[in-house]
Design a protein around this ligand. Sequence first.
Ligand code: ZN
Ligand code: ZN
Length: 344
Amino acid sequence: MKAIRLLGKDNIQIQEIPVPEISDDEMLIKVKAASICGTDVRMFRNGYTGVSEEHPLTLGHEFAGDIEKIGKNVRNYHVGQKVSVAPNFGCGTCNQCVSGRTHLCKDLHAFGVTMDGGFAEYVRIPAAAIAQGNVSPLDKEISYQAAALVEPLSCVYNGQLLLHAEKGSDVLVIGMGPIGIMHIMVAKVFGAGKIFVNDLDHDRLMKAKELFPDVTVIEGDVMEGLRANGVEGVDVCIIAAPAGAAQTASLNYMNMNGKILFFGGLPKDRENISINSNLIHYRQLTIQGCTKQSISEYRLCAKLVNDGRIPLEKILSDTYTAEQFFEAMDNAAKAKGLKHVITF
Ligand SMILES: [Zn+2]
Ligand SMILES: [Zn+2]
């Protein structure tokens, strides 16, 4: 089968490798669509711990397909079933795992990161991932491409769920990449009031406005932009860009009791930022972090997409064959378009 494999820094190859064997407790999924994420781009540029020419890794943690084969001990699934797969699973027994937060397990496994993932024609699903519910059934109608995007969507959902924002909250989303666009979609599900969007890139802002005409675009100085639109601040600010300066500045945009979401990490050499502690204190602000998603959040997002409540197709920029992978990777790395999906 074809597999897109990382062999080290700046070294990805499209290889022909054997289809994985499965045990009686495992399943084999025939991948139909897998999307490229910023994580894939970073792993390509920087390499990844434990990955080398001797130990290659099939990338891809956002994927959907059909069940091709099932071990005889696996219940509740059937061959031919359309599914998407949540990438993260834990040990199953630590306090985080038993609380349903398998994604926060210290012994975390992840398709396409710590084990072979979805940029291949077939992927083996280990028993632990099946037992923890990582394989999520899909409706017939949903496209495989949209189903692959349930993964990043559920990361976004996890972040906003943690905020506990009240309905009608005015929301500012900074960063209009695919994640920022998904934050708009999820903010609507959570009952946002006004939604403001900001980015340094004019074209990205125009794209957001085209997709969601009801959002208010703010270009240039954010505070001036908010005032020009009749508000003195927002209740929720989501920073969906790897920009420490935006995180620092966000405190100034907040209403009393405001909630800030730091979505996504900063580059390692710029991870320390300054924060105005008095703004947090006197405005009673909350700064929330988030990472990955629980299985229940993944399942709920799959349902929202299945039910047509979240129009994920809107962020699909292009589909590519496995042979066109490098073109797709290049577009993702240059932030051209929104989401790029490989189909098998
Ligand atoms: Zn991702
Ligand atoms: Zn655990």
